[in-house]
Design a protein around this ligand. Structure first.
Ligand SMILES: Cc1cc2nc3c(=O)[nH]c(=O)nc-3n(C[C@H](O)[C@H](O)[C@H](O)COP(=O)(O)O)c2cc1C
Length: 326
């Protein structure tokens, strides 16, 4: 499919992968509420049922989940994508794909199909609920580069506690010219008052506010590598953003774009508000507060000041949506 309006740039504020796993009318609600783009999926090369309940447990500052990466069959996912494209422009859609079988031939077919729809690609190699080893990252990136321009590919890394390893990994990834999402949920578990695991699986993924400091440290290190190499890669923050101030913290640490997942889930589970209202709070009100505060910040630290300056230079508003020039 021909790429149109691509020069607009990368969508600034989107839901994180997993929220629009089976994208339908709620995806359109979120778009109308003010999201600049939509990450849909993750979907996998084969249909997956996922784990039995309980799959979700709310802790004070975070969220544990073990869904096991359920996924529609690729043909079902593509039917939903076709429907979505009747209402939402292709450049605003980011299809998240997770290879789970290790079968590169199957993956090749899927990647080609995604690119035929003219949407962007996010490669999820970091789901804590399935094994998708980082060692395969290079294979899948090389395959994706046959069908996508590097600037249309993002790779979603896990959070690293070994920052030297992160530095090395980011160095390798930016040499491909692709974008980097940091990070995913982090392996975690919880035991209830009777001594039982709270989820059906002993270990799940931990996300939400509690993981933001780890996201920020990872962003800072990744951004240093991007700057040192003079690379074009964009840096996308995913992990713990639960306020407009958190969005600012991410941009201070080098992020160009932001994803929000747990806060959307918390809003949908905890309140009786309609998704439309929750989405308006996050994708409209937060964004307004973010931009009001952005121009009030006066950082003493040079690194933060330079990250903010770069962000301000790249940001554009077009037709009520915010894009980051690439
Ligand atoms: C219930 C749930 C399902 C998720 N599913 C996916 C997924 O399919 N693919 C993916 O890349 N990330 C998935 N994630 C990770 C989120 O996109 C996000 O990276 C992570 O939760 C950290 O961000 P947050 O603190 O804003 O939630 C999922 C997270 C949750 C809580």
């Amino acid at each position: 499919m021909e790429r149109t309006f691509w020069d607009k740039g990368y969508p600034f504020l989107t839901p994180g992968a997993g929220f629009l796993k089976y994208p339908g009318k709620e995806a359109i609600e979120i778009w109308k509420a003010g999201a600049d783009g939509l990450v849909i999926g993750s979907f996998t090369e084969v249909r997956r049922g996922g784990y039995p309940p309980p799959n979700l447990y709310f802790l004070e500052n975070g969220l544990l989940n073990a869904f096991g990466l359920p996924s529609p069959a690729p043909e079902d996912f593509f039917l939903r994508l076709e429907e979505l494209l009747k209402n939402i422009p292709s450049y605003a859609i980011i299809a998240s794909f997770a290879m789970v079988t290790g079968d590169l031939n199957k993956a090749r077919k899927i990647l080609q199909q995604i690119s035929d729809y003219g949407v962007r690609l996010e490669l999820n190699i970091s789901c804590p609920n399935v094994k998708c080893p980082l060692a395969r990252a290079e294979d899948i990136i090389k395959l994706a580069l046959k069908y996508f321009n590097p600037e249309d590919i993002s790779i979603k890394l896990p959070h690293f506690t070994d920052l030297d390893a992160l530095q090395k990994m980011v160095g390798e990834l930016v040499s491909f010219g692709i974008n980097i999402v940091i990070g995913n949920s982090i392996p975690g578990t919880w035991i209830d008052g009777k001594g039982n695991f709270v989820l059906s699986q002993p270990i799940g993924g931990y996300s939400g506010a509690a993981i933001l400091p780890i996201t920020l440290a990872n962003l800072l290190v990744a951004k240093r590598v991007i700057r040192e190499r003079n690379a074009n890669s964009l840096l996308i923050a995913s992990g713990g953003v639960s306020s407009p101030e958190d969005m600012l913290r991410c941009v201070c640490c080098g992020a160009h774009a932001i994803q929000v997942c747990s806060e959307l889930i918390r809003g949908s589970y905890y309140s009786n508000r309609l998704l439309r209202e929750i989405a308006k709070t996050i994708f409209r009100d937060w964004k307004i507060r973010f931009f009001l505060h952005l121009y009030e910040l006066k950082p003493r630290n040079k690194e933060i000041a330079s990250n903010l300056e770069e962000f301000k230079e790249r940001v554009r508003e077009i037709d009520g949506k915010i894009y980051i020039s690439m």
